[in-house]
Design a protein. Structure first.
Length: 539
């Protein structure tokens, strides 16, 4: 397997709106990120992925871009960006951007032109139809919106204000590649490719919408035949010319497609975020994870990539609720379960991603009232479910478990003021537990989630086997224990995570040396609730 800098890296994802506000307007910004770079160095981070900070009317917090080559006012300026990039590089880290190629804002000049007349040269840069289909948008409601000016419908897989660009048009593609290269020439170190499995659509046999309501049309808009031709061209025209890393948000791509998508020889990008672990829990089911199902999914991805490709490892991001509140137990075993889930995914083969706040075990927000929510997906969901006749309580139950706002509450730096995030009221309320759950408190405690994450990162850096070694599922008697080994010619390491509130009889193999544990002293006969350990095994 080829060695690469990005295989050895640990990535930290920043949602800049909620990370650190530098000028007291309640909104995180680029200078705020700058202020916290040394914190990321302290944690041991190598690469920062920053979510969109481009010019945007902000209906989807920056994923609706009106100018790809400028910075949104609230975030700062292009000069601030250049200083940030420089600050990251000076500290020996790298910076990757979120590249949104599936859609723009309806306020992007391209769309303004496109919608202006039927024969505008940019008409075909977006998708226009006389008759819409009954496709449902990923953000609820119809995926087509009628536009008065030309009396046609345009397509938007996401919000109404996020029209999809038309990848079938070569001029549009060229414009996207030029924009991408502009950032690469500035010196950014790669991209996370937003919604990339949706860029091609299948318009054949479009169903007649009349009288049928809106239905999910997943196969028409996800990983559609021919998408790899677009992605190959994208790669050749941009990334392939630079030493950068790329990771695609690739909902719907399966382990059978690993070679074509991310194979070392033929792949169109370096890594992808698989979505299968999201679907292990239904949106209206209570917390907890089926550990056997989890072992099945993750082991399949590990084995399929072994020797030919590379995994992106993650349990949180800005679109998911907090992991300690979904797979863990954010009440009784908060500290233990936050770290047990951490141990479980962090030492697999692949590049680990940590989402801001995950390293201190931030939890879902206890927001009861819909007015406290901000996310466009959540609010659309509420609106359309209500219109379909679902009861308020039933909708709120799902929102309280799954809203994207749970991961977007401001970063909890300290216990007073506005959590050290800002000097004024933040754009989205803080989770009230910031008074005790914060960076400052955890820095001082050697067994805190923060300090365990720090040790996990350090251990991965110290042992090459934890980067390149082969993954193998390790059988124990307990379904709730996720255990696996990593092995190379020289070393063998065992990772165990008890992912339930159960006591499991277990003794370490002879000669095993404990490297890391999320409980104080080792118990030689059992794994306690949510206990996780890493052992060096005799080889
Ligand atoms: C991706 C992003 C999400 C955004 C959507 C539309 O799924 O992660 O936050 O809303 O694309 O750009
Ligand atoms: Ca600000």
């Amino acid at each position: 397997m080829k060695k690469k800098w990005w295989k050895e890296a640990v990535v930290y994802q920043i949602y800049p709106r909620s990370f650190k506000d530098s000028n007291g307007d309640g909104i995180g910004d680029l200078n705020g990120v700058m202020e916290k770079l040394d914190y990321l160095v302290e944690l041991g981070i190598d690469v920062i992925w920053i979510c969109p900070m481009y010019k945007s009317p902000n209906i989807d917090n920056g994923y609706d871009i009106s100018d790809f080559q400028d910075i949104m006012e609230e975030m700062g300026t292009l000069d601030d960006f250049d200083r940030l990039l420089d600050g990251v590089h000076k500290r020996g880290m790298k910076l990757i951007l979120d590249l949104v190629l599936n859609h723009t804002s309806d306020e992007h000049p391209w769309f303004i032109e496109s919608r202006s007349s039927l024969d505008n040269p940019k008409r075909d840069w977006y998708v226009w139809r006389e008759e819409p289909t009954n496709w449902e948008s990923i953000f609820s409601g119809p995926a087509w919106t009628f536009d008065e000016t030309t009396r046609q419908y345009y397509l938007h897989l996401y919000a109404e204000k996020q029209p999809d660009v038309n990848w079938e048009n070569p001029d549009l593609r060229r414009a996207l590649y030029d924009m991408t290269n502009w950032w690469l020439d500035k010196g950014v170190d790669g991209f996370r490719l937003d919604a990339i499995s949706h860029i091609k659509k299948d318009y054949s046999n479009m169903p007649n919408p009349k009288g049928r309501g809106y239905v999910p049309a997943w196969e028409k808009m996800t990983d559609v035949e021919g998408i790899l031709d677009f992605l190959k061209e994208l790669r050749e025209e941009t990334f392939a010319r630079y030493d950068v890393m790329t990771v695609g948000e690739a909902n719907g791509v399966t382990t059978d497609e690993i070679d074509e998508w991310i194979g070392e020889k033929h792949g169109v990008m370096d890594m992808l975020f698989q979505f299968e672990t999201w679907y292990l829990r239904k949106p209206d089911e209570p917390c907890g994870v089926n550990v056997d199902a989890l072992k099945g999914v993750l082991t399949r991805w590990q084995e399929a990539a072994q020797g030919i490709s590379w995994n992106a490892l993650y349990v949180e991001n800005h679109d998911r609720s907090r992991i300690v509140s979904t797979w863990g137990d954010d009440k009784v075993y908060w500290r233990e379960s936050a770290t047990a889930v951490g141990f479980m995914y962090f030492f697999m083969q692949g590049t680990p991603f940590i989402y801001q706040g995950q390293e201190i075990g931030m939890t879902n927000a206890p927001f009861e009232d819909i007015v406290l929510y901000h996310d466009v997906k959540t609010l659309n969901f509420y609106r359309y479910k209500k219109a379909e006749g679902m009861a308020h309580e039933a909708i709120m139950k799902m929102i309280k478990m799954n809203s994207r706002d749970h991961s977007r509450t401001p970063m909890q730096w300290q216990g007073e003021g506005y959590g050290g995030f800002s000097t004024s009221k933040p754009w989205l309320d803080l989770n009230p537990n910031y008074t005790w759950l914060n960076v400052e408190a955890q820095r001082q405690n050697p067994f805190s989630v923060f300090n365990l994450y720090k040790q996990m990162i350090a251990l991965r850096k110290e042992k090459e086997v934890l980067v390149y070694g082969t993954y193998k599922l390790f059988k124990t008697w307990y379904a709730c224990v996720y255990a696996y080994t990593r092995e190379d010619e020289k070393e063998k390491v065992l990772i165990l995570s008890n992912l339930k509130d159960e006591l499991c009889a277990w003794s370490p193999p002879e000669g095993a040396v404990l490297l890391l544990c999320n409980y104080g002293a080792e118990d030689p006969y059992s794994l306690r609730p949510y206990e996780a350990r890493v052992y060096q095994l005799k080889k």
